[in-house]
Design a protein around this ligand. Structure first.
Ligand SMILES: [Cu+2]
Length: 562
């Protein structure tokens, strides 16, 4: 079937503005999300640099920052967390990869609602601008932590940055609107348009993960948006929803926040695991061991993720019997995630593995996320959490979940789909320097922090020299070591950025399918033109012994070596 006639209207020349700022092409919107997310990610990383420098060398002048004051320290900590999760992990993992991959992998020409798609990015861009603007208002940016617990975030006596706090809330709310618009579009496109012959269980795993993540996000974000508006009322009109003096309850905010906040972990985790699934199957030349198992596991994880949130509140004064219940659900949810990791490892069994940079990142995801998962058990059990709560052990734990997701997983996807996105190959040598530098530095940052946390370093502390139990030589050496490693991790992003931007012009021409993959996006040209496919692909069900049903016929069998 030819679709040229349907696309005659697209073949006129588009002006610069229309092409780069007003596009409805899902691939351009994906790139807009990607570049905005990468910019915000660098900013978040740069904030982390100042935080760690202040911890290692308290009160000293930080190169490129000057002296980090306590107010600035709080603002940087708050916004580092907020940016990395809402303006880096989500836009890149869901919006960029989702936008890019959904139409291409199901073999259609674009999203069902291209204009809603455009609006989604524009609202997202606005939210980023509002967040950045919050640094330039009287009092400076919000510093009440990314969880925005009242009274620090609401009560006029404690909230030292009223302007920054309100702008921060508005920015987060706008960002949620952007992702709600995007989620509607993703789910509708996914349900309603697929290449002829493609059955539900032919769909590549990464798309399932993105769709399930979108559903989780849409189902969990409502209470938080309501909470954000209530908090805004508290801030601007002193209504007192969360103020005990006025009959309110600060713990209510914690419930509203974490009812969203925990599923949010899976909103970003699942797409990263989907990316890893695609990369592993291609570079191991095997089909995913237990595709349906992974699918049902994910649905189960998604459902379970709605009943674990109060593990963040074990010491907030909730009923201990409730704490027991949430301990049980929290420990339960580690089972499906462990199972998915085992499925990936089983996929590698007896495979002939090609250690490309993308594959190295995918494998590193499994190894590093494993440490994040195991250390989470100490925090999920209410007994040990009472000891570890709000220490650097928690910080180290969630960085062992979020860095594998947002950096290692994203990198696996970027190195893998870069040839499709930009039509050229990235340099593998630079890629490997980037990989080893990033992963080794990352471990050197956070392994010491498990120790400092267990030894009593509370999080969100401006100067550890102020406390006798944390002002020891050994602890401060560990903090300095973590800081040096952090700077090293940032510096190792330079070969990546160089590789990423220079390869767009100078990289080897990729051709349609450089990795010999068998999903539909590789049937299109690299980069795919507006409308994606010259002919819409059809999906066959060949009787090859090793084939995955429903993949493009031309590219089978890939499994000679298996
Ligand atoms: Cu949680």
């Amino acid at each position: 079937m030819t679709i040229d006639h349907a696309h005659d209207t697209h073949h006129h020349e588009e002006g610069f503005f229309k092409k780069y700022f007003w596009s409805t092409d899902h691939k351009m919107i994906a790139k807009q999300y990607l570049f905005t997310g990468m910019f915000m990610g660098l900013m978040g990383g740069f904030f982390a640099y100042a935080l760690r420098m202040q911890q290692a060398f308290p009160g000293k002048t930080v190169p490129l920052y000057g002296v980090v004051t306590p107010t600035l320290y709080n603002a940087l900590a708050t916004n580092h967390g907020t940016i990395m999760i809402f303006w880096f992990a989500m836009p890149v993992l869901i919006a960029a990869f989702g936008n890019y991959l959904i139409p291409l992998m199901i073999g259609v020409d674009d999203m069902v609602f291209p204009r809603i798609n455009r609006l989604s990015y524009q609202v997202f861009l606005l939210s980023a601008i509002v967040l950045i603007a919050s640094f330039f208002v009287p009092g400076g940016a919000f510093g009440g932590a990314w969880t925005a617990y009242p009274p620090l975030s609401a009560n006029a006596n404690y909230n030292l940055t009223p302007w920054g706090a309100s702008l921060w809330l508005v920015a987060v709310a706008l960002e949620f609107v952007a992702f709600l618009l995007g989620g509607i579009n993703f789910i509708t496109t996914f349900m309603n348009s697929r290449a002829p012959g493609m059955k539900m269980f032919d769909i590549p795993m990464v798309l399932w993960t993105i769709i399930i993540a979108s559903i989780l996000f849409m189902a969990s974000v409502g209470p938080l948006i309501a909470g954000a508006i209530m908090l805004l009322f508290d801030q601007t009109m002193s209504i007192g929803f969360f103020d005990p003096a006025k009959g309110g309850d600060p713990v209510l905010w914690q419930h509203l926040f974490w009812f969203f906040g925990h599923p949010e972990v899976y909103v970003v985790l699942l797409p990263a695991m989907g990316i890893v699934a695609e990369v592993i199957t291609v570079f191991a030349r095997k089909k995913l061991f237990g595709y349906k198992t992974v699918f049902y596991t994910m649905v189960g994880t998604g459902a379970l993720s709605f009943v674990v949130w109060a593990h963040h509140q074990f010491i907030a004064g909730i009923d201990p019997r409730m704490a027991n219940l949430f301990t049980i659900t929290t420990v339960l949810i580690s089972i499906p995630i462990a199972e998915m990791c085992f499925v990936y490892i089983a996929t590698l069994y007896k495979a002939s593995i090609e250690f490309s940079t993308a594959m190295l990142f995918a494998l590193a995801f499994l190894a590093e996320f494993f440490i994040g998962g195991v250390t989470g058990i100490f925090l999920g059990a209410s007994g040990s959490d009472i000891y570890f709560h709000d220490t650097y052990f928690v910080v180290a734990h969630f960085h062992y979940t979020f860095v594998p997701i947002a950096i290692i997983g994203v990198m696996a996807g970027l190195y893998f789909w870069y040839p499709k996105m930009f039509g050229r190959m990235m340099d593998e040598k630079l890629g490997k320097i980037h990989f080893w530098g990033t992963v080794i530095s990352f471990n050197c940052i956070f392994i010491p922090l498990f120790y400092t946390g267990a030894a009593g370093d509370q999080r969100r502390i401006y100067n550890y020299q102020n406390f006798p139990h944390t002002n020891t030589e050994f602890l401060s050496d560990l903090r300095t070591f973590a800081t040096i490693s952090m700077v090293s991790m940032l510096l190792f992003q330079i070969p990546f950025l160089y590789n990423f931007f220079v390869s767009m012009k100078k990289g080897k021409v990729a051709g349609k399918n450089p990795w010999k993959s068998n999903t539909l996006e590789w049937v299109a040209d690299s980069p795919p033109p507006h409308g994606n496919f010259k002919e819409l692909p059809e999906v066959y069900r060949p009787p090859y012994e090793y084939s995955v049903p429903g993949r493009a016929q031309d590219y089978w069998p890939q499994n000679e070596k298996a």
